[in-house]
Design a protein around this ligand. Structure first.
Ligand code: HEM
Length: 335
């Protein structure tokens, strides 16, 4: 009986101490939540729109409790830049450890979800040297122009050679994880014709590796960070006529000035390493489709339905149907 009483007393003291500690911290604002589930009941599909709506009453940086996890949601370009660049870049270079990634991405060892550290650095170095190096990108451009595909086995051959010399590190799982991420991260995202509007609406979640202060708020260690890139790319305070298709605003020179505003590929250490390759393939594919074919829609007078479908990369709900016929420029290619 005495033991039970003292246990209850200690538990109560711990709860009060945690409450007082939290009251002293300046945490980002948060909506009213429930015990245990926190704010999970507030999240509705599509999540990026739901988070944008919450930010309209709570501000551009707010916090949520998702069961036992504390999360911060960012919906302004200036706050996104503050979280992901300068000294905070390294603090938020971690990824949350989740059961889902543990099952589908080889125990959180794949490059996109690996914790920030030597293993992640090594995988990223392999990607950079084997896939994204300027020499490989140039070679790929030449191969693509000539319609050849022999280059595709280079990375796997290299990884298998490494496996022979260091079998305990370059396990089948590590190699499969790298290939899977390259296929998954590289295909669905690049497939969409306008990477600047149809991109992953939320960046892959980041996680803080220590307590820090950002945008005036205390952010405890282990907090998940959601950057709502979809909302930032459509913020009328940042972009002139945000819903209008103006590709010239993403011109390279403009982007240098607008660092932090252009988020389809993320920024900082965990930003997309495939950005250069994706832009190269996108412009080649789009240029070829426009130059080599004449396009026609059945419903000429109807505006293209741009409503969002479900999925990680926000595909179109209604696919665009169009007929194409090869243009005269292609005749010269087959002579
Ligand atoms: C239009 C095409 C693409 C878009 C919009 C895109 C977007 C993104 C975004 C938003 C992230 C997360 C950034 C963050 O968490 O801060 C990411 C990460 C990543 N992307 Fe891409 N991506 C594209 C193409 C590619 C391609 C072609 C590849 C490789 C073949 C690739 C490989 C990766 C990898 C490995 C990561 C994880 C980086 C890390 O955690 O260290 N992506 N991408």
């Amino acid at each position: 009986m005495f033991h039970l009483l003292s246990f209850t007393l200690v538990l109560l003291l711990l709860i009060v101490a945690a409450y007082l500690l939290r009251a002293k911290q300046n945490l980002p604002p948060s909506p009213k939540g429930f015990p245990v589930i926190g704010h999970l009941h507030l999240l509705k599909e599509p999540v990026h729109r739901c988070l944008r709506d919450l930010s309209q009453s709570l501000g551009p940086v707010f916090s949520l409790r998702l069961g036992s996890c504390r999360a911060v949601v960012v919906t302004s370009s200036s706050a996104a830049e503050e979280f992901l660049s300068h000294e905070n870049d390294v603090v938020f270079a971690n990824r949350p450890v989740t059961t889902m990634y543990a099952y589908v991405l080889y125990s959180n060892t794949a490059v996109s979800v690996a914790p920030y550290g030597d293993h992640w650095r090594n995988l990223r170095r392999i990607c950079t040297a084997e896939i994204f190096s300027p020499a490989h990108v140039r070679a790929r451009r030449v191969y693509l122009r000539r319609g050849k595909t022999e280059f595709k086995n280079t990375m796997i051959t290299h990884l298998l050679t490494l496996q022979e010399s260091q079998p305990e590190y370059y396990t089948d799982e590590t190699i499969k994880g790298l290939v899977l991420v390259m296929l998954f991260a590289g295909s669905e995202t690049t497939e969409s014709p306008d990477g600047t509007k149809q991109h992953p609406p939320l960046l892959i979640p980041h996680a803080s590796s220590r307590d820090c202060k950002v945008a005036g708020y205390d952010i405890p260690r282990g907090t998940w960070l959601f950057i709502n890139a979809w909302a930032i790319q459509r913020d009328p305070k940042v972009w002139d006529e945000p819903e209008v298709f103006k590709p010239e605003r993403f011109h390279c020179e403009e982007l240098k000035i607008q660092h932090g505003k252009f988020l389809p590929f993320g920024i900082g250490r965990r930003g997309c390493p495939g950005m250069g390759l994706a832009q190269l393939i996108l412009s080649l594919a789009l240029g070829s489709l426009i130059q080599c074919f004449d396009w026609e829609r059945d419903e000429v007078d109807m505006a293209v339905d741009m409503s969002e479908g479900k999925g990680h990369t926000m595909p179109k709900a209604v696919p665009l149907v169009a007929k194409c016929k090869s243009s005269s420029i292609l005749d010269n290619c087959f002579i």
